[in-house]
Ligand binder design. Structure first.
Ligand code: 5AD
Length: 356
């Protein structure tokens, strides 16, 4: 295990067997893997944690993903779209707190009204703060033309999780989604010049470590600049709950594979930004975020919208609802041995290098 980690630290690419070995590492080996993930992070991107203000601006959705609480056929959700003023207020809040960027996230819609609304909001946010505030969109699969319009309006990053690279599992999870379209969308985002983020859910019913190893290889092939991955969390209104409810044992297993996956991503991809996802805090409110950072992550995405709206953006159970002070966030970064970096965009070095 140590040899694999040393190979990564020296800047060499890991092969499929080595990636699989990292994901399969025993509880005894895991602290070593984590230690190296942090060393690789510190060497290739530094040990500063960057903050992104997450604005979940609308929960209307045209998709029916089987794991998701805001899927279109869940009639028990109050649907909302924040108005432009409320979104701008959240962006100002993020900027005043020194967050490096805002992430505008929503359900998936492709109608012109939605597309031009996002375009307009992005243009107005770009005017805030002399380019100090990065603008990330997370609005699903769109056409290359729409990605272009939003990019021209001032968005510079995009998050679109592939969710899983296993075709069969992807099809089972997404009754109305198409794997090839999602892959094409990710390639279109790269081509359009976005700093592109992708990722998966870990611990999905039917998912194997072999699939996760291939996911990591896909991130490398795509040239992903950012990774957002987190454990699957059940939701009472999501159809996947037919696979059973969360027992403490299952939750522990899902956390364990998520931390291994974070380490594997850091050791394989090295100079990318990796988020310690909110879903980790849903499964382990005390330590999820810190353990994510201790597994090589370097980004935290605090929620910035109103409490009421956050309740309706109900992707999964126990999604954190409380507002955090900057001091709370600083405490968790300190506990993880990291520093907090404010008032810079915090672009991943690989992106800066590749586009130089
Ligand atoms: N558990 C964990 N993550 C989820 N997401 C959606 N539903 C769930 C769930 N039940 C994640 C998806 C999506 C992101 C916005 O939220 O990976 O890409």
């Amino acid at each position: 295990m140590k040899n694999i980690c040393e190979k990564s630290l020296a800047g060499n690419d890991l092969n499929s067997d080595e990636i699989l070995a990292l994901l399969k590492c025993s509880d005894e080996q895991f602290p070593t893997v984590q230690k190296y993930a942090c060393m690789v992070r510190d060497k290739y991107v530094g040990n500063a944690v960057h903050l992104r203000g997450l604005i979940e601006f609308s929960n209307f959705c045209t998709c029916d993903c089987r794991y998701c609480g805001i899927r279109k056929s869940n009639v028990h959700v109050n649907r909302y779209t924040m108005d432009k003023e409320a979104i701008l207020e959240a962006a100002h809040f993020s900027r005043n707190r020194g967050y490096g960027s805002v992430v505008l996230q929503s359900g998936e819609r492709r109608d012109e009204k939605f597309v031009s609304f996002v375009e307009d909001v992005v243009r107005e946010i770009s005017a805030i703060g002399d380019g100090e505030l990065g603008i990330t969109l997370s609005c699903g699969v769109q056409s290359p033309e729409v990605y272009r319009r939003w990019r021209d309006a001032g968005a510079n990053r995009y998050l679109l999780r592939i969710e899983t690279t296993d075709r069969k599992l992807f099809a089972a999870l997404h009754p109305d989604g198409d794997f090839d379209s999602r892959k094409e969308a990710l390639s279109a985002l790269k081509e359009c010049g976005y700093i592109t983020g992708t990722g998966v859910m870990t611990g999905l019913p039917g998912q194997t470590v072999e699939m996760l190893a291939r996911d990591v290889e896909y991130f490398r092939e795509l040239g992903a600049d950012m990774i957002g991955l987190g454990p699957y969390v059940t939701h009472s209104e999501a159809v996947l709950e037919e696979f059973g409810t969360d027992t403490p044992e299952r939750m522990r297993e899902r956390l364990a594979i998520t931390y291994r996956m974070l380490c594997a991503c850091r050791l394989v991809l090295r100079d990318v930004n990796i988020a310690s996802a909110t879903a980790l805090s849903a499964l382990d409110p005390e330590n999820g975020r810190v353990d994510g950072l201790l597994s090589g992550a370097n980004v935290v995405m605090p929620n910035t919208g109103s409490l009421k709206q956050r309740k309706e953006y109900d992707l999964y159970k126990n999604k954190p609802e409380t507002s955090e002070s900057l001091e709370d966030i600083r405490q968790s970064t300190t506990r993880a041995g990291c520093t907090l970096e404010l008032f810079t965009q915090g672009n991943p070095p690989r992106q800066v290098r590749h586009n130089a």
